[in-house]
Design a protein around this ligand. Structure first.
Ligand code: NAD
Ligand code: 9W1
Length: 525
């Protein structure tokens, strides 16, 4: 089914100015430069209303964004900013987008992931707080759940393609795709290289190069160079994006300043610990209905995500053990009253396995062969490397194991040749979310309050870049500690927390200012 038949007819809107009608991009049936003001899966009044209701509920749970709207809504510090965002188009991101517009910015948005879009959130953002299906007055969004790669990169281009070729002044990025596209485009232009799909080594790279080739043919060889020159900066949400930015910095090819939101304390603690504490048990419960109390659980990796996962399971009174390679983290686990074990020593008597290492090949097919009947296996760490699904698939191809879908995201893998299942026959295990992130596959990701912490950092980063990008230089920085503290402060009222104020003498005694920052740069929270 082509995208055109799944999506509503292109909504009316001023096609982007002086350019002739575009050719369509690869197999999307979408003109390269669409010119329409948005593209979402479902723009019906019912979907818009559902999205709006969820945005209203989310706003109440996002006190940081609410405070920023109250504090700055009057004087519009983002007036004149044109922000292109590439970040999961969810309900929470909808509240972020409408905070940016409330502060005066113009915004265009796309998702950073082909699956994560909540279509009702996308629809509500396009309609806007006061608009309707017939008269949308919100923000241009180009995103729907289940995009193809070609559609995904088409959407990314639309989010960059401001009317009249103005381009964005700021980027919000998650994973570095939009920053990467602008850089690759501009670099190929600078080197006088004509992009071509054959330059890509895998499917996604081929799509990106095909996009750049088509843009070159329609808009000439300065499109991304000009765009990059007008971008004042980017704020990046995740580790993967920070990694790509670091490589650009090292190569000396970063074209505008970058703010690393990922490493704000108020981002990483919420994303890693509190988010996973909320969503690990949520995901297992939605997937299985198995009582966790009294069960033996093994959490592999006791970093931040492992710590949040352990807390989640301890909250259910599971008997939790940890596997670690790092003696410091292992000792922390001991001090938390947990057993520290090796997976090989406990694989036969553990009821639930959770990987949280960020590493590869943690649970292998040979482990799964030895597990208890109906042991549950899931991953909350790296998105797809921790559980050896390829090994399991290979066993399936050899007829050694059968894969049975219980429901989407919940699969029984039934081993044929083992003897420790029911009646001395083969045993089964339950693999959640196909070995990918269980809190995203089986639950709905982080709750609003968790996202409030990271998105408050995003808005502050955007305001700072808009105001004084010149003072940054072409490099990457984290937000200064006083702004990290500010983000935390903005969340205290919602909890009824009353912060103690230092006296002048106390401040002097510990060597800080009364209004902060309160810790040295080296302090680990
Ligand atoms: P971290 O570095 O703090 O923790 C990982 C831990 O795993 C470390 O302590 C390390 O020593 C340990 N480890 C590595 N290899 C191991 C092995 N073979 N056996 C046992 N332990 C091992 O990282 P983190 O912040 O906890 O993040 C972990 C992963 O979770 C990353 O891939 C991150 O991207 C991901 N993450 C997922 C979510 C989510 O919502 N699911 C949220 C945030 C981060
Ligand atoms: N981000 N709003 C899935 C989320 C995919 C996803 C991903 C989040 C949010 C970790 C961001 C099925 C939301 C997002 C809902 C959902 C993430 C990947 C959020 C958690 C990170 C690879 N990474 N995140 N809410 N999908 O929860 O923006 O439900």
């Amino acid at each position: 089914m082509s995208i055109a038949s799944r999506l509503p007819a292109s909504p009316s809107g001023k096609a982007s100015s002086s350019h002739p009608v575009s050719r369509s991009f690869l197999d999307t049936n979408l003109p390269l430069f669409d010119g329409s003001p948005y593209r979402v899966a479902d723009f019906s009044p019912k979907t818009i209303r559902f999205g709006r209701k969820e945005l209203e509920l989310a706003l109440h749970e996002m006190p940081g964004l609410q405070s920023l709207r109250k504090q700055y809504g009057g004087n519009k510090p983002l007036a004149g900013a044109r922000i292109t965002g590439s970040l999961h188009m969810t309900v929470q991101t909808g509240v972020l987008i409408e905070t940016l517009t409330a502060l005066g910015a113009e915004v265009r948005w796309t998702s950073c992931n082909i699956f994560s879009t909540q279509d009702h959130a996308a629809a509500a953002v396009v309609a806007g707080p006061t608009g309707t299906a017939d008269k949308p007055s919100g923000t241009p969004v180009f995103a729907w759940k289940g995009e193809t790669l070609a559609e995904y990169w088409w959407c990314t281009l639309q989010a960059l393609a401001w009317p009249d070729d103005e381009g964005p002044t700021l980027l919000v990025d998650d994973g570095g795709d939009v920053t990467g596209l602008v850089h690759l485009g501009a670099d190929l232009e600078a080197r006088g290289v004509l992009p071509d799909a054959s330059m890509g080594s895998h499917e996604e790279e081929k799509v990106v190069h095909a996009l750049l080739r088509d843009v070159r043919e329609e808009r000439g060889d300065q499109y991304f160079t000009r765009m990059a020159a007008r971008i004042r900066g980017v704020s990046e949400e995740t580790t993967a994006g920070i990694h790509r930015l670091n490589q650009l910095v090292k190569a000396g090819s970063l074209r505008f300043p970058a703010i690393n939101v990922n490493d704000s304390v108020t981002k990483s603690k919420f994303d890693n610990i509190y988010g996973c504490r909320h969503s690990l048990v949520d995901a297992i419960n939605r997937a299985t209905d198995v009582l966790l109390s009294g069960k033996r659980a093994l959490v592999v990796g006791y970093g931040d995500v492992g710590k949040g996962s352990v807390q989640s399971l301890v909250g259910q009174h599971a008997r939790v053990a940890v596997a670690e390679i790092d003696p410091i983290c292992a000792l922390q686990a001991c001090m938390a009253g947990l057993d520290v074990v090796r997976i090989d020593d406990v694989v036969e008597n553990t009821d639930l396995f959770v990987t949280a290492t960020g590493n590869a090949h943690i649970i292998r097919a040979e482990h799964m062969k030895r597990m208890k009947h109906n042991a549950i296996v899931c991953n909350i760490g790296h998105f797809d490397t921790e559980i050896d699904m390829a090994g399991l698939e290979a066993m399936r191809r050899r007829g050694e194991v059968e894969k049975i879908e219980i429901k989407p995201q919940v699969h029984e893998w039934k081993f044929r040749d083992t003897r420790h299942g029911p009646d001395g026959k083969g045993h089964s295990i339950l693999v959640l979310a196909e070995g990918r992130l269980v809190n995203l596959g089986c639950a709905t990701g982080h709750p609003s309050l968790v996202m409030s912490a990271s998105f408050t950092n995003q808005v502050i980063a955007q305001m700072d870049l808009h105001l004084r990008a010149e003072s940054y230089g072409r490099t990457m920085v984290t937000l200064p500690k006083h702004l990290d503290e500010h983000v935390a402060r903005l969340h205290l009222d919602a909890f009824g927390a009353k912060l103690t104020v230092l006296t002048e003498e106390q401040a002097k005694y510990i060597g800080v200012e009364v209004e902060g920052p309160y810790k040295s740069e080296q302090y680990r929270y």
